[in-house]
Design a binder for this molecule. Structure first.
Ligand code: ATP
Ligand code: BTN
Length: 261
């Protein structure tokens, strides 16, 4: 159970979400994804929930997503995918592409690591958590982008995968509102492109900055660990790898680790 929704009052309420819908900005929330799912009846396609301070951010499998107060962009976008024929699973790569495109506007080149990481110089700069409300079928897409976190903070957390931030990469601090506006703009454009051009648009964009391209990797799906050559992201969002016997394996989700060359 999450905390009672009455406890959290948003501080801003503007037509700055997706497709001119409301962006709700909170001073502090445990998790924007959790709040959005708890309050899904009050939300609609295009709404965005943002927390300046997120105290209990979560990643996949309830792993912890850390963000020091006021340093990161923590937001969740609400998407109604029920009218589209494209697989709902393509919203995750579409969001990663949008984060990459937003970073590019700040002169940061990112790569995309299946399924949900955005990387800069082999370090994780952003993570995405997509969850579906089973009743409304609304999709809650959470994005955590490291903006002004410094290397001391990240170093102390010692994640299994190295992390970075926009500030570390460019030695500059960034205005969170400006990063937020840029990101929502690229997200809106990418989702529009997915709905207009379909999955081939996402596949093409993904290939341009595929972090796993040409790599030998292991994937732990929870049931098995398979090692093989990365053979691309499929048009439904699945990862394909080819093992040493030539057998192909497809995965919807899992933890990917790169094999040292
Ligand atoms: P990993 O980053 O270890 O590959 P993952 O991409 O599979 O994990 P999740 O499974 O969603 O991501 O879990 C979140 C993980 O992200 C945490 O377990 C932690 O290792 C890492 N993490 C948490 N906060 C941050 C952050 N601010 N920046 C970068 N990485 C973080
Ligand atoms: C990952 O670890 O790769 C996914 C992390 C997703 C973090 C974001 S921050 C905004 C939203 N609210 C959450 O609790 N999680 C997501």
């Amino acid at each position: 159970m999450h905390e009672n929704k009455e406890e959290y009052i948003h501080i801003k309420y503007e037509k700055r979400g997706l497709w001119n819908e409301d962006l709700l900005v909170f001073e502090s929330l445990p998790s924007t994804n959790a709040w959005a799912l708890d309050n899904i009846d009050a939300l609609k396609h295009g709404n965005v929930v943002r927390a300046i301070n997120q105290t209990a951010g979560r990643g996949r499998f309830n792993r912890i997503w850390s963000a020091p107060e006021g340093c990161n962009l923590n937001l969740s976008a609400i998407i109604n995918h029920t009218h589209s024929e494209t697989p709902i699973t393509m919203l995750l790569p579409a969001t990663a592409i949008a984060v990459r495109n937003a970073l590019k506007e700040f002169n940061i080149e990112a790569t995309l690591k299946w399924p949900n990481d955005v990387m800069v110089n082999n370090k994780k700069i952003a993570g995405i958590l997509a969850e579906v409300d089973p009743e409304s079928n609304l999709l809650v897409i959470g994005i955590g982008l490291n903006v002004n976190i410094d290397s001391d903070y990240l170093g102390n957390l010692s994640f299994p995968q190295a992390a970075t931030s926009m500030m570390i990469e460019l030695n500059n601090t960034f205005e969170l509102d400006a990063v937020c506006s840029k990101l929502l703009c690229t997200l809106e454009k990418t989702v529009n492109a997915l709905y207009h051009y379909g999955v081939p648009y996402i596949s093409q964009e993904w290939k341009k900055s595929d972090h796993l391209s040409g790599q030998t990797l292991s994937i732990n799906s929870g049931k098995s660990i398979i090692t093989g050559l990365y053979s691309g992201m499929q048009e439904n969002g699945q990862l394909k790898i080819t093992d040493s016997t030539g057998k192909e394996h497809l995965f919807w989700s899992g933890d990917v680790s790169l094999q040292k060359p």
